[in-house]
Design a protein around this ligand. Structure first.
Ligand code: ZN
Length: 239
């Protein structure tokens, strides 16, 4: 790692996924990627709006891309070049899939800390994007991903006991969940804002621990709301 601004940066190559991009100055682009090697990283792509030759497709979302970048230990790395390794253009043609992918990328950007490798989150994101590309059930896949993301970054929901008093959640009963606080809050402790039906809370617990779950469309909506609100509650400063 460079110790002063005068030192040459170190060059890295890593697979990654575009999370966000904004135009910068006359012709540059500032892009945020989730990289396999360094987690979330901001990068400046100089001249990207003038010529896209060096950055063939890597400043477009949804594909897996291979990035070469220079890191001087500053806020932004410099993107030197890149190419697409796994294109996922079919997602673009399906509005539901596109929306689900967009949400997932926003969740990753909001929740993953900068410069922290997140191998489980990266793997779950690949699984989600592949599923969306293949046209599988978008909301169910987004739900699976959202729970995996929460667990991956250490915000997994506590669904086995009350967050306040620690009393185990009674089996086979509906339970109050407070997504902002991160799990179940029993009725004697004031309850949470979402009452989750008995069969759903068991499924949510399996999702949290990454176990396979068969989800009906009816269930997906309620649990997705729990996951989304929990993610937003933890959303930090975006890079
Ligand atoms: Zn309680």
């Amino acid at each position: 790692m460079a110790r002063s601004g005068a030192s040459p940066g170190k060059s890295f190559e890593s697979e990654g996924f575009l999370l966000h991009r904004v135009p910068y100055g006359e012709s540059d682009v500032i892009a945020t990627f989730l990289t396999a090697q360094h987690g979330k990283l901001g990068m400046i792509a100089r001249g990207a709006r003038r010529s896209s030759k060096r950055f063939q497709g890597v400043l477009e979302p949804l594909s897996t891309v291979l990035l070469t970048y220079e890191d001087r230990g500053r806020d932004l790395c410099t993107l030197k070049e890149g190419r697409v390794t796994v294109p996922r253009t079919r997602i673009m043609e399906d509005l539901d899939a596109l929306e689900a992918a967009g949400k997932a990328l926003r969740f990753v950007r909001a929740l993953c800390p900068a410069r922290t490798p997140e191998p489980e989150v990266t793997m779950s994101l690949v699984t989600l994007l592949d599923a969306l590309q293949e046209g599988r059930r978008t909301q169910a896949e987004l739900l699976r991903f959202s729970f995996a993301l929460l667990t991956g970054v250490g915000y997994g929901l506590e669904l086995s006991r009350c967050l306040r008093c620690g009393k185990p959640r009674p089996a086979g009963r509906p339970a109050y969940v407070d997504p902002d606080k991160g799990g179940v809050v029993c009725a004697s402790c004031g309850g949470g804002k979402i009452l989750v039906p008995a069969e759903l809370i068991e499924e949510a617990q399996r999702l949290t621990s990454g176990e396979p779950v068969e989800l009906s469309d009816l269930h997906v909506g309620t649990l997705l709301r729990v996951a989304e609100e929990a993610i937003l509650a933890h959303a930090g400063v975006e890079a």
